[in-house]
Design a protein around this ligand. Structure first.
Ligand code: AMP
Ligand code: MG
Length: 350
């Protein structure tokens, strides 16, 4: 299949293009589209065949449910059977935006979309291109991240093209994503809301408007024997092709440990890489060094992370050492993704 790759500007939205994209969805096809978090791989959420096609294009296990994207709050009651009070509060504060909420599903949502579950994940993105596209597509667009399953999520049209060319009808390229990490997922089917995946909307932000939220225990640990409640969180994810290891500890000690490892690797003829921050990047002797930005600028780290992981792939780096990040605020989401990318390989230096 030929994949149409069309640039679209947020400032001057080309309605004709969005109508064409919406028609593809209505006819059961797939279109990748930009959102403020990462690019989505969209299909008609109410059409079981579309959801199957999404799993095929991504190579994603079909027990891993899709998020349904809406563009009007008034559409929500059609796809959920009950809206708890806490969801109304969260929608008021954080929608449209990078927050996904889990509800009991209504009958019109097929099990193909929810990975067989009776619950459905719903998000109302703030990106204006995403909103216009969803409306043109009929209002309910199922969309996981538009990457091949297991690879880093796409934060630019080019990333989507790398993974999806020939597999989907169209890519709407709206440039780089503002946030660059997937949405926070909160389960509202429990008495106390539970964070299943950390993201830009932090635990502190949620607690500032709700009495209490719990956090799924599997978010930052590799705890064996406990299944994460978001099925997708159990899979290795976001991974670059090279072997990634995180190194945690006092900065000077991390630098000297990693430099030793780099020397060993170079001596064996391996292509070695480092992920660090502006403060320390010059202290490493790697062939390929990449800074995610200033250590205190979490928004920039989030925005750059997946692009950097993909750059290592393009440069065929075989071993990558990454500095660890703080686990508070948005750092929790960043470390969660980095740990998954590394398959939980972390070395703590005392
Ligand atoms: P992605 O869109 O690629 O970021 O993946 C969607 C994430 O949402 C995966 O981790 C899914 O497991 C999770 N998810 C989607 N629907 C549900 C649901 N009904 N219950 C729990 N997790 C869900
Ligand atoms: Mg994903």
């Amino acid at each position: 299949m030929d994949t149409k790759w069309i640039e679209i500007s947020k400032e001057h939205i080309d309605k004709e293009v969005l109508k064409e994209a919406g028609d593809i969805i209505k006819k059961g096809g797939l279109v990748a589209f930009p959102t403020e978090t990462v690019y989505g791989l969209g299909g008609d959420a109410l059409n079981p065949r579309s959801s199957q096609k999404i799993y095929e294009a991504k190579g994603r296990p079909s027990d891993n449910p899709l998020i349904v994207h809406i563009a009007r709050l008034e559409d929500l009651p059609q796809i959920v059977s009950y809206i708890p009070e806490s969801a109304k509060v969260l929608a008021e504060h954080f929608w449209p935006g990078p927050l996904t909420m889990i509800f009991q599903k209504s009958d019109i949502v097929p099990h193909e979309t929810t990975g067989g579950l009776e619950t459905v994940a719903v998000r109302f993105p703030s990106d204006v291109v995403a909103q216009e596209f969803i409306k043109e597509a009929g209002g309910f667009v199922a969309a996981p991240s538009a990457n091949t399953s297991g690879r880093p999520s796409p934060t630019s049209g080019r990333h989507v093209y790398e993974d999806m060319q020939g597999k989907i009808e169209m890519i709407l390229d709206g440039g780089s994503c503002e946030i660059g990490l997937e949405s926070t997922i909160v389960d509202l089917t429990e008495e106390i809301p539970v964070i299943l995946r950390p993201g830009y909307i932090t635990e502190e932000m949620l607690e500032s408007v709700l009495n209490k939220v719990n956090v799924d225990r599997t978010i930052l640990s590799a705890a064996s024997g406990i299944a994460p409640k978001a099925p997708g969180m159990k899979y290795r994810h976001y991974a670059p092709k090279g072997e990634l290891v995180i190194v945690k500890g006092k900065s000077g000690k991390v630098v000297s440990y990693v430099n030793d490892k780099l020397r060993e690797g170079h001596a064996q003829g391996r292509k070695m890489g480092v992920i660090a921050t502006d403060e320390t990047i010059d202290q490493y002797d790697a062939c390929v060094r990449k800074s995610v930005g200033r250590r205190t600028d979490e928004a920039s780290i989030a925005r750059r992370l997946y692009e950097i992981l993909r750059e290592f792939d393009r440069e065929d780096v075989e071993d990558i050492y990454a500095e660890a990040f703080d686990c508070s605020g948005m750092g929790q989401a960043i470390m969660n993704r980095l740990l998954k990318a590394a398959g939980h390989k972390i070395i703590e230096i005392s």
